[in-house]
Design a protein around this ligand. Structure first.
Ligand code: NAD
Length: 266
């Protein structure tokens, strides 16, 4: 066990895939968790039921993270319920893929709004509370921790997905700039850069044996990642065990960022 017991976290996009696994793992560590979701309340109820069954604490927080009033309302509700916030996991994200010549402004804008602006809006609200409360030594060495779910596509260009790759590149500099600005206030900000993790967002890439075989040519470690792989990293980045780490993206990708195409050529 690490030292997270009694802390409060908000995980955005927490009723599916990576966010769900992160929320469940934080709850297992004794963290009170706000489960943000935008749709599918049944999935959210099931997660909260499972967390409570295991002795954990969680509440549902419906909000579209790209809408300022909804993001602010979500933090207000969380802080009213649990008193404060210690950990923000900025995870909500989506894809709207298209070749550039066919990409609509709506496709571009939605991905930037949810993936990037949503992270800004939630980080801003979390930071207000972190600054107001400051460090409470018995809770954590830091006044607050923000984890930004990025992607290998913060560094790997991705044709046909320029909106998504641009949002993730933006998250990298949002994360680093926040870390630079907030380190003197004892607020840590880090990124997680997943490679291919088996979730609904990328089901076309793994749901047939042919697709999976093609995907594995990009992964030197020769397996697709699981949401729980990312959840364990998120817990560590949220804990004082990583207290001297800020402004860094930790890639969790089975080697996808190692340019596997160069392993026998080039
Ligand atoms: P997912 O589709 O299973 O989960 C995404 C979650 O975000 C869902 O709960 C969805 O409802 C939520 N969401 C979407 N729009 C929202 C909004 N406006 N407000 C609040 N919530 C919203 O996909 P996932 O793979 O779990 O993705 C989670 C994060 O991980 C995303 O940021 C994604 O870009 C990132 N990521 C995933 C992979 C992967 O291989 N699965 C790789 C790299 C990065």
């Amino acid at each position: 066990m690490n030292n997270l017991k009694g802390q409060v976290a908000l995980v955005t996009g927490a009723n599916s895939g990576i966010g769900k696994a992160v929320a469940m793992e934080l709850a297992t560590q004794g963290v009170k968790v706000g489960i943000n979701y935008v749709s599918n309340p049944e999935a959210t109820d099931q997660i909260i039921h499972d967390i409570k069954k295991n002795g954990g604490e969680a509440i549902a927080l419906q909000a579209d993270v790209s809408k300022e009033d909804q993001a602010q309302g979500m933090f207000k509700t969380l802080i009213e319920a649990y008193g404060t916030i210690d950990i923000l996991v900025n995870n909500a994200g989506l894809q709207r893929d298209s070749p550039i010549q066919d990409m609509t402004l709506a496709q571009w804008q939605l991905v930037i709004d949810v993936n990037l602006t949503g992270q800004f809006l939630c980080a801003r609200e979390a930071v207000k509370e972190f600054l107001k409360r400051g460090v409470v030594a018995e809770r954590s060495k830091a006044a607050g921790k923000i984890i930004c779910m990025s992607s290998v596509h913060e560094v790997i260009p991705w044709g046909g997905h320029v909106n998504y790759a641009s949002s993730k590149g933006g998250i990298m500099l949002l994360m680093k700039s926040l870390a630079q600005e907030l380190s003197p206030k004892k607020i840590r900000v880090n990124g997680i850069g997943p490679g291919a993790i088996q979730t609904p967002i990328n089901h076309q890439a793994w749901e047939t044996p042919e697709a999976l075989e093609k995907l594995l040519t990009l992964i030197p470690y020769q397996r697709i990642g699981q949401p729980e792989d990312v959840a364990k990293l998120a817990v560590w980045l949220a804990s004082d065990d990583s207290d001297y780490i800020t402004g860094t993206t930790v890639f969790i990708d089975g080697g996808m960022t190692l340019y596997p195409g160069f392993s026998t050529n080039g």
